[in-house]
Design a protein around this ligand. Structure first.
Ligand code: C2O
Ligand code: CU
Length: 498
């Protein structure tokens, strides 16, 4: 059994956790105390307040590269907050990595160089590619080594992303700066003539914990339980940025690339946000909202309309307060990005009422239902620990196949957080799924949950049912919570497609 972060932090062997050692008594007593303090079992359960900046730094747009490219993971420097500090990046002199942009149907040859001093790899989050190219946590590239990720892009247009996925070290590498966008285009999308060029803005939203020298990643035991959050919100690698806009429609391609923080995205002038796509690409029809939750790993394709605003108007993309995310998410509202209207230009753009020919799969075509209990902690009658960040009582083991799935079948998977008090964004590798139903908690699907997804947020008290059309990418894939502290702590299982 692999030593998990939770255990690493305590300095105790894995056995101690289950044999009545001091760690168990620590957990039990801590839990009892927390329960007396209002029923919270998050151990620390504290939120990390956000400090807003001045919104006077220009929003950078990551450079775009084709699918034959080199991504060189390295320790480097970046200017996030006004001074140059140490970060990780997929190139020299910058946090994050370039945006890979590709037409559907083409073949990639992505040369990964691991110039870090630790194991790493690349997972292409949202891509339906063979298991040996997917950046499985067991498929690691040693420091100083290279690997060529070669696959055919065989899916519709949409916003995916890439990030490291080495077992146990994903959270720290992502938090310190390793992530990038992967945009796929196709003919169906091109026919819509959506805003493009400077009117299509990619936004990687993350929270970081900054010191004068770098990005700090040192989660406490409590933060491994709740997820690690930062006080500084950065977009495309810069804290509290602004961007100038014209009086036109803009297409925002948004990724929540945070380890654990959920955002309740809204515009400060309470204008509409029109959701046109999500993890899996365009929705069938646009859906207009005032605010929308976006959890770690999820993406949003959203239209915003600055037409009719007077010059000099400032509109913020912000996160509105929400209170159903569990204690650690806090209940603070904060600004993320400032749009400054600096130029008037008429815009004839009209959003089509139908975006895509997508039709839902009939749920009755499912041949199997699988249930997954994702409560963070389950105490049995004898106060034995039966789960900390587990799925069905289990933590990740690369030598164990948890679910065996027949290729070309459809299945219903149910994530049950009905007894839990922490949010879990659940992510499946290798597939896109439909969200069928949510009971408990919010009790309904939200505007961004039509079409296809690869990550779905399961809030405390919720049971979420998804329909997964498995194709024929035979091999072993993982599925896990995309709170990266939970994932590194073992909240990840394997399915094998046979
Ligand atoms: Cu974005 Cu398995 O992860
Ligand atoms: Cu989780």
């Amino acid at each position: 059994m692999k030593r998990r972060g939770f255990i690493k932090k305590s300095g105790l062997g894995a056995g101690s956790l289950f044999m009545g050692g001091s760690l168990v008594s620590y957990i039990v007593s801590c839990t009892k105390t927390d329960m007396m303090n209002g029923g919270n079992m998050n151990m620390s359960g504290q939120s990390q307040p956000v400090k807003e900046g001045d919104f006077n730094r220009l929003l950078p747009i990551p450079g775009t590269v084709p699918v034959n490219t080199t991504l060189n993971a390295q320790a480097t420097t970046a200017n996030i907050n006004g001074s140059t500090i140490s970060v990780l990046g997929y190139q020299a002199n910058g946090i994050l990595g370039p945006t890979i942009r590709a037409e559907s149907g083409i073949n990639t040859n992505i040369n990964f160089q691991n110039s870090l001093s630790e194991n790493s790899n690349i997972h292409f989050h949202g891509l339906k590619i063979p298991a040996d190219m997917d950046g499985h946590p067991k498929d690691i590239i040693n420091p100083g080594s290279t690997f060529n990720y070669k696959f055919t892009i065989n899916q519709r247009a949409g916003l995916s992303w890439y990030h490291p996925h080495p077992d146990g070290d994903t959270a720290s590498q992502v938090f310190k700066g390793l992530a990038g966008l992967f945009i796929i285009n196709d003919a169906e999308e091109a026919a819509l003539n959506l805003p493009s060029g400077s009117f299509e803005i990619p936004l990687v939203i993350q929270d970081k914990r900054l010191s004068s020298s770098g990005i700090t990643y040192n989660p406490s035991m409590g933060e491994i339980m709740t997820g690690y959050m930062g006080e500084t919100i950065i977009v495309n690698g810069v804290a509290s940025p602004f961007t100038e806009v014209k009086t036109k429609f803009y297409r925002l391609r948004i990724l929540n690339g945070s380890n654990a923080r959920i955002y309740n995205l809204a515009l400060s002038n309470n204008a509409d946000i029109t959701i046109i796509g999500n993890d899996g690409g365009l929705l069938k029809n646009p859906v207009t909202v005032k605010n929308i939750l976006l959890s770690p790993g999820e993406r949003l394709d959203a239209m915003v309309n600055f037409t009719g605003l007077t010059l000099g108007t400032e509109v913020f993309l912000q996160s509105n307060a929400f209170s159903n995310g569990g204690n650690a998410q806090g209940t603070q509202g904060f600004k993320i990005l400032k749009f400054k209207v600096t130029q008037t230009e008429s815009d004839p753009f009209i959003l089509p009422a139908q975006l895509s020919s997508l039709d839902p799969i009939n749920a009755s075509s499912s041949s199997k239902t699988r249930n997954f209990i994702i409560n963070s902690m389950q105490m049995s009658a004898g106060m034995n620990m039966s789960g900390i960040h587990r799925i069905n009582g289990k933590t990740y083991d690369k030598n164990r196949i948890d679910e065996t799935v027949t290729a070309n079948t459809k299945e219903v998977w149910i994530f049950n957080n009905s007894q839990g008090n922490e949010p879990h964004p659940m992510h499946l590798h290798g597939v896109h799924f439909q969200v069928l139903e949510r009971s408990g908690g919010r009790g309904h699907l939200i505007a961004s949950e039509g079409g296809y997804k690869d990550t779905v947020l399961v809030l405390p008290g919720e049971i979420v049912k998804i329909l997964v059309p498995f194709a024929d990418l035979k091999g072993v894939f993982v599925f896990h919570c995309h709170n990266l502290e939970h994932e590194d702590d073992g909240m990840m299982l394997q399915y094998q497609l046979i």
